[in-house]
Design a binder for this molecule. Structure first.
Ligand code: CO
Ligand code: ZN
Length: 331
C-alpha cells in the first residue's frame, strides 16, 4: 500500500486541476470497479452494483485535489506573487518548493522582514522560478502549482505533501481491492475542489442521490508539543467524526461506525475537530438531506508540505471501511 501512497502523494493536482491524479486513480481502480465515469466537475465515480435488493445506496467521498497556489502577478524581474488555492498558511511556505502544472519548479521566499519575530503574510511571499525578467518567466497569471516534497517512509509513520487527502483516496482504493462482497450499491467518488469549498462533492452527491454518505479524509491531532486541545492522536486508530467546523455527524452513523469497529476489534478514536470540514458536509445537506459521517485518518501538520500519518491507522481505516460496507446497515 505504501507504493500506492507514494504514487498518489507525488502527483501534482491542486484544486481545479485534478486531471493528473484522476488518471492515476482511474488506472488503479479499473480492474476493481464496475462502471467508472467522470462527471462535469471532474469527479471520478466508480459504481459497484449490488446483487441484493435490501442494501442501501452508499456514497463514499475522498477528495483528489490538494491545496496549491495560483500566480496573480509577475513583476518586471520575473518574481511571481500568488494567492492560495485552499487553506494556505504562510508560516509553512518560506523555503519550500513548488511545481507548476507544466513541470516548472520554483522556490518560495519573502520580502525582507523588518520584524524577524513575525512570519511573512501571503502578500509578502513570492515564487522564484529562476527567471530574470517578466518576459522570460515561464509562468503566466492564473497558472497553478502545488508543493513539491518527496514521500518518506519511516516505517510506522509516513510523511508526504497532500496526505490530505490522497491518504483517503488510498484507503478507498484499498477498500475496493479488499471488499469481497457487499449487500449495498456502492459509489466510490474521488471528488474535486474540496479544498476550495466542497464543490465536487456538492454536485456528485446531488447526482448520486445516496441513502447514506461517508467521507474519508484527514483530521488534525492534539499529540504534538503544545498542540491544540484535541483527543485524536497518531497510532490510536482511525477517527470517527462526531463534529467538525462544518457538520455534526449523524449520531446514527457515529454509532454504526463505533459498533462495527468494536465488533471487528479495530481500534478507533472519537473525533471533535474545531476547525475545518470535509465532503461529508456537502453530502449531508445534498438535496433533501442525507445521513452522513466521516472516517478520518489522524494526520499531523495538515496543510503543510510535510503531513504525517501512522501506517497502522491507515491499515485500520481500510479494515474499518471494509467491515462497514460488508454487512447490512441498520441505523
Ligand atoms: Co484539506
Ligand atoms: Zn481534506
Amino acid at each position: 500500500m505504501k507504493k500506492l501512497i507514494q504514487k498518489l502523494t507525488e502527483t501534482f493536482s491542486p484544486s481545479g486541476y485534478e486531471t493528473a491524479i484522476c488518471e492515476v486513480i482511474r488506472k488503479e481502480i479499473k480492474p476493481l470497479a464496475g462502471e467508472i465515469r467522470v462527471d462535469a466537475l471532474g469527479n471520478l465515480i466508480a459504481h459497484k452494483v449490488s446483487k441484493s435488493k435490501s442494501g442501501l445506496k452508499i456514497m463514499l467521498a475522498g477528495h483528489m485535489d490538494e491545496i496549491g497556489l495560483m500566480a496573480t502577478h509577475i513583476d518586471e524581474n520575473g518574481f511571481i506573487r500568488f494567492t492560495g488555492l485552499g487553506g494556505i498558511r504562510p508560516a509553512a511556505l518560506t523555503g519550500g518548493r513548488v511545481r507548476f502544472m507544466d513541470g516548472t519548479p520554483g522556490v518560495i521566499n519573502s520580502d525582507r522582514l523588518t520584524d524577524l519575530t513575525k512570519t511573512p503574510t501571503l502578500e509578502q511571499c513570492f515564487i522564484d522560478v529562476g527567471a530574470s525578467s517578466r518576459k522570460d518567466c515561464p509562468v503566466k497569471v492564473g497558472d497553478v502549482c502545488a508543493f513539491e516534497r518527496p514521500f518518506l517512509d519511516l516505517g510506522n509513520r509516513m510523511i508526504a505533501k497532500s496526505m490530505d487527502d490522497r491518504i483517503g483516496c488510498a484507503v478507498m482504493i484499498e477498500t475496493l481491492r479488499n471488499l469481497k462482497t457487499s449487500p449495498h450499491e456502492l459509489f466510490f467518488v474521488f471528488t474535486t475542489q474540496e479544498e476550495v469549498g466542497l464543490r465536487g462533492a456538492t454536485t456528485s452527491a446531488f447526482g448520486v442521490d445516496p441513502d447514506l454518505g461517508l467521507s474519508v479524509d484527514v483530521t488534525g491531532t492534539g499529540d504534538t508539543p503544545k498542540g491544540s486541545k484535541m483527543e485524536v492522536a497518531l497510532g490510536k486508530g482511525p477517527a470517527v467524526k462526531v463534529k467538525d467546523g462544518g457538520m455534526l455527524a449523524d449520531p446514527r452513523i457515529v454509532n454504526w461506525m463505533i459498533r462495527t469497529a468494536e465488533k471487528a476489534k479495530i481500534p478507533y478514536q472519537r473525533e471533535v475537530l474545531e476547525g475545518g470540514t470535509t465532503d461529508a458536509r456537502a453530502i449531508q445537506v445534498a438535496r433533501a438531506g442525507v445521513p452522513a459521517g466521516c472516517l478520518s485518518v489522524p494526520t499531523r501538520y495538515v496543510h503543510s508540505p510535510s503531513e504525517m500519518v501512522d501506517t497502522r491507522d491507515v491499515q485500520n481505516s481500510v479494515k474499518l471501511l471494509v467491515a462497514l460496507l460488508s454487512a447490512p446497515v441498520d441505523l
